[in-house]
Design a protein around this ligand. Structure first.
Ligand code: PRX
Length: 636
C-alpha cells in the first residue's frame, strides 16, 4: 500500500477494527466472501444473510432488511437528537434542521401519505423535486414501504420525463410548484403537466405537489394534491416493511452509448452495504461530521452520498438549494463556514467555475472545519485539483478524486484519507475487494504499467442488479463485451505504483459538466426530424464543461439549412433537456463514413476540435474527399 510522503496526516486510528486497512485488503484478496460479509454486518438486518454472493449471482441472499430503517430508525436510540439533515436555501434565513427523530417523523408521515394514495410494495414512485429536504424524505418514505423510487433530474425536459415514467410504469409523482435557480424559477409542476400530455391518460393517478414558493400552479381536481397539508395531517409513525436483500431499492435512468436511457436497478442489501462502507472510508467519516455533497438527488451521487451513505453512517447531511455563484461567488464558501462543514464533495465543473472567481473569494471565509474534499463525475485537471487542495483545503485537507458510475452504486477507485493519499488527477487505488483490471485490444489482461479498457473481474455488492425490464440488455452492455468481466466503458492507465488514471470514455458517451449524455440519444431525437437527413453527435474538450457536444447535420433540403442549427437546439432541449443542447452545430454536405456505412467519429472529433490535418489513413472511407468538404463547412 502506498502513501505519498507529501502529506502528514494521521492514520484514521479512531476507526473500528474493520477499517484496519491492510488486514482488510488481505482478507478481501484471500477470502472475498468473508470480506463482503464483514462489510454487510455494518447494516442492521432483520434477518442476517448467511452468504455473500451465491451461485445465482445474488448478494446476501436470504438477508432481510429495510433501507429506511438503516438510514433513520437504527439511529433513534443513540442519536435521536443529533441533526440528520440541514437544509439551507439561498437567503440565510431560509433553513431547516431535522434531528434523526424529526426526520423519522417526517419520513413516516410521507410514507403514510403514499400508502393512503394506494402505493404498495414494489410500485414505482417518480420524484421530481428541487434540492429541498422533501427529496430525501420522499426517497426514504418509499424505501420504508418497499416502493421503488425513481428520482428524475430537475434538468430533464417534459418528454424525457414522460419516457422514463412510461418505461418504469410509475403511477404517482412527487413534485414541487417551482424550483429556484438563482434569480430564475424552474417550473417543476408545469413540466410534469407537459410530460403527462405525452403519456396515456390513465398512466398517472396522483401528483403530490410541494409548495416551495407558493406559486399559483394549475391543479387538476382529483389527481393533484398539495403535499404539505397531507403530511401535517398524516400519522408520524409507521413500521418499516421487510425487504429481501435483492429487492430493488430504486431505479435510476442513465445514458449509454446506444439507444434510450436505461433504468438501472439497484438492490437493497448489496447497494446499501457499498454506499455505507464507501462513504465511511473514503470520507473518513467521524462522529459530528457535517457532510455536504452538492450533487442533484437525480444522479447516483445524490443517492449514495447525499442520502443513503452518510445517513446509514449516522452522519449529518447538508442540502443546499442554490447555485454556486449566486448571488455572488462566495455563496458556497459561506455555507461551509456557517455550518462548519467537514466533508465537501463536488464536481470538477463546480471547482473550475469557482476557481475562475479567484482565490480572494474563498480566502475571505473560514474554511478550517474542512477535512476531506471530494471530486466526482469527470476527470479533474491537475490545475483544478491543486487549487482545490491549496485554496479550499489550505494545504491540509485530503483530496479524494473518486471514480465510479451509476451502475457501480458507489465509489470504486479512490484515495483513502490517511491510507492512500491523492495525487492530482489520479483516481489511485481500487477499494478493498474491487478487482479492477485493464484489458488490451486483444481482450487480454494488461499486467503492471499500461493503458487499456477498465473492467472489473469479480463482482462487488454495489453493482446494479440489472436494467429495468431488460436483463438481456444489461448482459449485453456490461457483461458480454469482455466475457468474465464487467465493462465500465472507461479507459484507464496504471502507473508503476499500481495507481489508476482514468483517461475517459472509450464508448460514445459524452460527459458534459459531469452529466452523462449518449451520442445516440442526441442523434436519435434529431434523426426523427423531417428536415434532418443524417446527423452525428460527438464530444470535444471544453475548458469549463469538461466536454461539449458538437453535432454535424446533413439537411434533407439545403434550402432550409440556415434554420437547422436553431431548430436542432430546440429539438434537443425539448426532447432531452437544456443540459444536452449542443455547443456547436455544423450543417454539412455529408458525413465521413466507412465503406460499410458507419460514421467515423474519430475524424469528426478532430475536425470539431479545429484540426486541419493529421487525419491519418483515409483509405477506409467510402469517399475520402468528404474531409475537404467538411473542413470548408466547419470554419473555426
Ligand atoms: O467516465 C466516467 C466519469 O463518469 C462516468 C459515470 O457517470 P455517471 O454514471 O453519471 O456517474 C457519475 C458519478 C459517479 C464514468 O464512466 N467519471 C466518474 N467519476 C470520474 C469520472 N471520470 C474521471 N474521474 C472521475 N473521478
Amino acid at each position: 500500500m502506498t502513501s505519498t510522503a507529501a502529506h502528514n496526516h494521521e492514520a484514521p486510528e479512531h476507526l473500528p477494527p474493520i477499517f484496519r486497512w491492510h488486514e482488510m485488503q488481505q482478507r478481501a484478496a484471500l477470502d472475498p466472501d468473508a470480506h463482503w460479509m464483514d462489510l454487510a454486518m455494518r447494516l442492521a438486518w432483520f434477518t442476517a444473510p448467511t452468504e455473500a454472493l451465491n451461485a445465482a449471482g445474488r448478494w446476501f441472499d436470504g438477508g432481510k432488511l429495510n433501507a429506511c430503517y438503516n438510514a433513520v430508525d437504527r439511529h433513534l436510540e443513540m442519536r435521536g437528537d443529533q441533526l440528520a439533515l440541514i437544509w439551507q436555501g439561498e437567503s440565510p434565513e431560509e433553513k431547516r434542521e431535522l434531528t434523526y427523530r424529526a426526520l423519522h417523523r417526517e419520513v413516516c408521515r410521507m410514507a403514510n401519505v403514499l400508502m393512503r394514495f394506494g402505493v404498495k410494495e414494489g410500485d414505482r414512485v417518480a420524484i421530481h423535486l428541487p434540492a429541498i429536504a422533501e427529496g430525501v424524505i420522499a426517497m426514504l418514505a418509499c424505501a420504508r414501504i418497499g416502493a421503488i423510487h425513481m428520482v428524475l433530474f430537475g434538468g430533464f425536459s417534459a418528454e424525457a420525463i414522460a419516457d422514463r415514467i412510461a418505461d418504469a410504469d410509475a403511477k404517482l409523482i412527487i413534485t414541487a410548484d417551482v424550483g429556484r435557480r438563482g434569480p430564475k424559477r424552474v417550473p417543476f409542476k408545469k413540466t410534469i403537466d407537459a410530460a403527462l400530455t405525452h403519456l396515456p391518460p390513465d398512466q398517472i393517478d396522483t401528483i403530490l405537489v410541494m409548495s416551495v414558493t407558493h406559486e399559483d400552479v394549475p391543479m387538476q381536481e382529483g389527481r393533484d394534491h398539495l403535499l404539505a397539508p397531507l403530511i401535517s395531517a398524516a400519522p408520524d409513525t409507521l413500521p418499516c416493511v421487510t425487504r429481501d436483500a435483492n429487492d430493488p431499492l430504486f431505479l435510476l435512468y442513465t445514458s449509454g452509448s446506444t439507444g434510450k436511457p436505461k433504468g438501472v436497478i439497484h438492490g437493497t442489501g448489496g447497494y446499501l452495504t457499498w454506499a455505507s462502507f464507501t462513504q465511511n472510508v473514503v470520507f473518513d467519516h467521524r462522529e459530528g461530521d457535517i457532510f455536504w455533497c452538492t450533487a442533484d438527488l437525480g444522479w447516483i451521487t445524490g443517492h449514495s452520498y447525499v442520502a443513503y451513505g452518510p445517513l446509514c453512517n449516522g452522519g449529518t447531511i447538508l442540502i443546499y438549494e442554490g447555485m454556486p455563484s449566486y448571488p455572488d461567488p462566495g455563496q458556497w464558501w459561506r455555507v461551509i463556514e456557517k455550518y462548519r462543514v467537514t466533508s465537501f464533495y463536488t464536481s470538477p465543473t463546480v471547482i473550475r467555475a469557482l476557481m475562475r472567481e479567484g482565490d480572494d473569494v474563498p480566502g475571505a471565509c473560514d474554511l478550517n472545519s474542512l477535512r476531506v474534499l471530494g471530486s466526482v463525475g469527470e476527470p479533474i485537471s491537475r490545475e483544478a485539483w491543486e487549487w482545490f487542495y491549496r485554496v479550499i483545503g489550505r494545504n491540509r485537507c485530503h483530496v479524494v478524486d473518486t471514480w465510479w458510475q451509476t451502475e457501480t452504486g458507489g465509489i470504486m477507485i479512490s484515495p483513502v484519507p490517511g491510507i492512500v493519499e491523492g495525487e492530482p488527477s489520479a483516481a489511485t487505488l481500487p477499494l478493498p475487494g474491487i478487482d479492477a483490471v485493464l484489458l488490451g485490444a486483444d481482450g487480454r489482461e494488461i499486467k503492471g504499467e499500461g493503458e487499456g479498457v477498465l473492467c472489473m473481474r469479480r463482482p462487488w455488492p454495489g453493482r446494479a442488479l440489472s436494467i429495468w425490464k431488460n436483463d438481456a440488455l444489461f448482459q449485453k452492455i456490461y457483461l458480454a463485451p469482455y466475457p468474465g468481466y464487467y465493462f465500465t466503458g472507461d479507459g484507464a492507465r496504471r502507473d508503476g505504483n499500481g495507481h489508476y488514471w482514468i483517461t475517459g470514455r472509450v464508448d460514445d458517451v459524452i460527459n458534459v459538466s459531469g452529466h452523462r449524455i449518449g451520442s445516440a440519444e442526441i442523434e436519435d431525437v434529431l434523426a426523427d426530424d423531417r428536415d434532418i437527413a443524417e446527423c452525428a453527435a460527438i464530444g470535444i474538450p471544453h475548458p469549463m464543461k469538461g466536454q461539449a457536444v458538437v453535432v454535424f447535420i446533413v439537411p434533407r433540403d439545403t434550402a432550409r439549412a440556415d434554420m437547422l442549427p436553431e431548430h436542432a437546439r430546440q429539438i434537443v432541449s425539448r426532447r432531452i433537456g437544456r443540459y444536452a443542447v449542443p455547443e456547436h452545430i455544423y450543417v454539412v454536405h455529408d458525413l465521413p463514413k466507412t465503406r460499410s456505412g458507419k460514421n467515423v467519429r474519430r475524424l469528426l472529433r478532430k475536425i470539431a476540435s479545429g484540426e486541419k490535418d493529421g487525419f491519418g489513413d483515409l483509405s477506409t472511407l467510402s469517399d475520402p474527399e468528404c474531409i475537404e468538404r467538411l473542413l470548408e463547412a466547419t470554419p473555426m
